[in-house]
Design a protein around this ligand. Structure first.
Ligand code: ADP
Ligand code: MG
Length: 250
């Protein structure tokens, strides 16, 4: 089943053409890593997929439902109600955790499921505690983000994203604010989710991790997808740009 279908996406900031006709699809059960130099448009692509940024032209659908269509060379967005519905399909984990500082751990996780998804409180709390246990954070439910390490905060934000029961989870450089030890802790959590067949898109500079966890790797450079293929093929690519980029990590 197709989860996300982004087609012919164009995005400019002023004169800067950041995404140049990008098409990107994700099927159920895929783990797709997006790699590429800084400024190549990776975050913008994720932000467009999650409605944090608008595209200029292109189309977008989740689970076969169109939410953005291209009409006369322009992206036309569905109404607010439909976009709200679209947003229930995904979770998003950022580099800087983005937890609510004035909410404790449990409140951070349960707020959106209760307030936005309007789910039963008991059920949401039970699920939140289960997720915290899975993340090894059962003793932290009353803690505030400032009382947690970066790795713990990131595990809370993963739990928060999972609490929404998303069909797909997006990560934008989830470990780049963490030291190496805490990075491993987060990569392990993502690997466990992959083993459970969670559909994920991960922007990362962790190349060994990307090779291990991904079903497909997408290499972006200067607003285009240069190459997308299996980890094995990506790491033995003969494409000059790919080789030059990956060479920096050896
Ligand atoms: P990456 O995540 O691959 O590092 P980004 O998507 O963050 O790349 O950025 C791609 C390009 O778009 C960069 O040149 C960046 O400066 C520019 N850019 C991103 N967001 C904005 C914005 N809100 N306003 C203007 N330029 C932006
Ligand atoms: Mg980025």
């Amino acid at each position: 089943m197709n989860i996300l279908d982004l087609s012919h996406i164009k995005k400019s900031f002023g004169q800067n053409d950041v995404l140049k006709d990008i098409s990107f699809k994700v099927d159920e059960g895929e783990v797709v890593s997006i790699i590429g130099p800084s400024g190549s448009g990776k975050s913008t692509l994720l932000r467009i997929a999650t409605f944090l940024e608008t595209m200029d032209d292109g189309s977008l659908s989740y689970l076969g439902h169109p939410y953005v269509t291209s009409q006369n060379g322009q992206a036309v967005y569905a109404d607010k109600k439909a976009l709200h519905q679209a947003m229930s399909n995904f979770g998003l984990v950022f580099q800087n955790f983005n937890l609510f500082p004035h909410f404790n751990v449990l409140e951070n996780i349960t707020d959106a499921p209760i307030r936005i998804q309007k789910r039963n409180k008991e059920e949401v709390y039970a699920q939140a505690r289960e997720l915290l246990s899975k993340m090894g954070l059962s003793d932290k439910e009353k803690a505030y983000p400032s009382q947690l390490s970066g790795g713990q905060q990131q595990r809370v934000s993963i739990a928060r994203a999972l609490a929404l029961k998303p069909k797909i989870l997006f990560f934008d450089e989830p470990t780049s604010a963490l030291d190496p030890e805490l990075t491993l802790e987060i990569l392990k959590v993502i690997k466990e989710l992959a083993a459970e067949k969670m559909t994920m898109v991960i922007v990362t500079h962790e190349m060994t991790f990307a090779r291990d966890v991904s079903t497909r790797i997408v290499f972006m450079d200067q607003g285009v997808i240069v190459e997308e293929t299996s980890p094995e093929k990506m790491f033995s690519s003969t494409n000059e740009r790919t080789k030059a980029f990956l060479g920096k990590y050896h």
